[in-house]
Unconditional design. Structure first.
Length: 244
C-alpha cells in the first residue's frame, strides 16, 4: 500500500483538472486536455474511450475495491495534517451501468481545493474489471458541471516500492464505528486498517508521516453532488472557476 493513497486520489483529481484547464500534458494517470490526445473521442458522444483520470491507477483502489460494490454506499473521512489542520473528504458509489456487457459504476469524490477553499466534485464512470474510466464529470462549487475529455489509458505498475504486509487482524474503533480490520504496514512506516464492510475503498484508518485519515461516517444513501445539466468541456471556464 503506497503512502497517502486517499489524498493521492484527490490530488490526482485536482492536478488533472488543472492540467485540463491549462492545456498542459498531464502525467500518466491524469486527465489529458483535448489537444494532447488527438486519437481520443468526445465522451459527450458516448464513445467507449478509456483512460483519463483513472482512480484505478492507484494500486490500493485496485486491491481493496469490493468485488461486488454496493451502489448507494460511501464513506466520509476526517483528514488531519501534521500541523493539526483538518479537512473532510467523501467517497461514494452512486449508480451502476452496463457497458459492453461489463459492470460499470459512477464513483464520486467530494472535497476541498486547498489553494482556494472551494469544493470540487469529481465523478468517474469506471469499469473495475478492466481498471478503465469511460467518462468523467467535474463541478466546481458555484459553477456548471462539465464533461472532461478522456486521455489515453494510464500506466498501471505491477510492483510497488513500498509494498505492504498484513501484520494481523485487529478490532479498532473510530468515530464511524467499530470494525474488525486487516492491519497493513508499509516499509516507509505508513499503517492502514481496512475492512471489507467499508465502501467503496475499505479504509477505516490510515496513519502516515504527515497525515492521519479516520473514518467518521458510513453512507447508505449516497447523494450525487453534481447538479444541473452537464456542459461540454471548456478549459477557459474551468480555469476561471479554479482561480476564483
Amino acid at each position: 500500500m503506497s503512502a497517502n493513497w486517499g489524498r493521492m486520489i484527490w490530488m490526482l483529481a485536482v492536478a488533472g483538472l488543472c492540467a485540463a484547464s491549462t492545456g498542459a500534458r498531464p502525467a500518466p494517470g491524469q486527465t489529458a486536455s483535448a489537444s494532447s490526445s488527438p486519437a481520443q473521442t468526445s465522451p459527450e458522444k458516448g464513445s467507449p474511450t478509456t483512460g483519463g483520470l483513472n482512480p484505478f491507477s492507484l494500486r490500493e483502489v485496485r486491491t481493496y475495491w469490493n468485488s461486488e460494490p454496493t451502489v448507494g454506499t460511501g464513506a466520509v473521512y476526517e483528514v488531519t495534517s501534521a500541523n493539526g489542520k483538518k479537512s473532510t473528504q467523501e467517497y461514494e458509489l452512486l449508480t451502476e451501468e452496463v457497458i459492453d456487457g461489463k459492470k460499470a459504476y459512477w464513483l464520486e469524490v467530494a472535497g476541498e481545493n486547498p489553494p482556494r477553499g472551494q469544493m470540487i466534485y469529481v465523478k468517474w464512470l469506471v469499469i473495475p474489471s478492466e481498471f478503465q474510466t469511460r467518462k468523467q464529470i467535474i463541478q466546481i462549487q458555484g459553477g456548471s458541471a462539465m464533461s472532461v475529455p478522456l486521455g489515453p489509458p494510464p500506466n498501471i505498475p505491477t510492483a510497488d516500492a513500498n509494498e505492504a504486509k498484513v501484520t494481523g487482524t485487529e478490532s479498532i474503533t473510530v468515530p464511524g464505528g467499530t470494525f474488525l480490520c486487516e492491519h497493513w504496514r508499509e516499509k516507509n512506516g505508513t499503517e492502514a486498517w481496512v475492512s471489507a464492510n467499508v465502501a467503496p475503498l475499505k479504509a477505516v484508518k490510515i496513519v502516515e508521516r504527515n497525515q492521519t485519515w479516520v473514518l467518521t461516517k458510513m453512507i447508505s444513501h449516497a447523494k450525487d453532488y453534481i447538479t444541473g445539466p452537464v456542459k461540454p468541456f471548456n478549459p477557459e471556464v474551468l480555469k476561471n472557476q479554479l482561480a476564483q
